[in-house]
Design a protein around this ligand. Structure first.
Ligand SMILES: [Cu+2]
Length: 181
């Protein structure tokens, strides 16, 4: 048999075994998930608040996440989501549309202000009577492993949620990205 034909057969066998492995042998937890569902959120940065509103975003594993940030401040902020490779500046009084991404990892992931915006530019760094700064401007994206599950794995609100009364001021929880399964 022509050696190229043999080579071709070997190649086809290799590709077929790879496809077969992904389709039949790979554990469900390791298969890439894409629900095809798009979840859109608008996150507001209120003037001199050093916070995001809302501070907790919930999606299901495999959802496509579309985030819009509105910066009401007269100075720049940023958004960083290390787990999903997001790092963008949000100029003063501007709106930023983050390129959509698929929430492919379950767990709680921080989003944070990635531009040093300091504190005390106005009102001595006080927001609703609580001292805040750039380092308090943190939110959490909860990616739920099971669709419909509304319990975040390990997140906690880091600031008062508007309209829900004053929360006890807490040190922001540092949320490590939790592995799938
Ligand atoms: Cu900042």
């Amino acid at each position: 048999m022509n050696k190229y034909v043999i080579l071709l057969i070997v190649l086809i066998a290799l590709v077929a075994s790879g496809v077969g492995y992904r389709a039949f042998l790979l554990p469900d937890s390791q298969k890439p998930v894409d629900t095809g569902i798009v979840k859109e959120f608008t996150v507001r940065i209120e003037k001199n608040s050093w916070s995001f509103t809302p501070e907790v975003i919930s999606v299901d594993l495999g959802d496509t996440v579309k985030l819009k940030f509105i910066n009401d401040d007269d100075y720049d902020h940023g958004v960083g989501i290390d787990a999903y490779g997001v790092s963008q500046r949000i100029p003063a009084r501007a709106t930023l549309d983050v390129p959509p991404f698929v929430a492919s990892k379950a767990g709680d992931f921080q989003f944070y202000c990635s531009v040093s915006c300091s504190e005390g530019i106005a009102e001595n760094g006080l927001y609703k009577g609580i001292k805040r700064s750039h380092f308090d401007q943190i939110g959490t994206i909860c990616v739920h492993k099971t669709p419909g599950d509304r319990v975040c794995l390990n997140s906690a609100p880091t600031a008062p949620i508007p309209g829900q009364g004053e929360a006890v001021p807490t040190v922001p929880t540092v949320v490590e990205s939790a592995p799938v399964q």
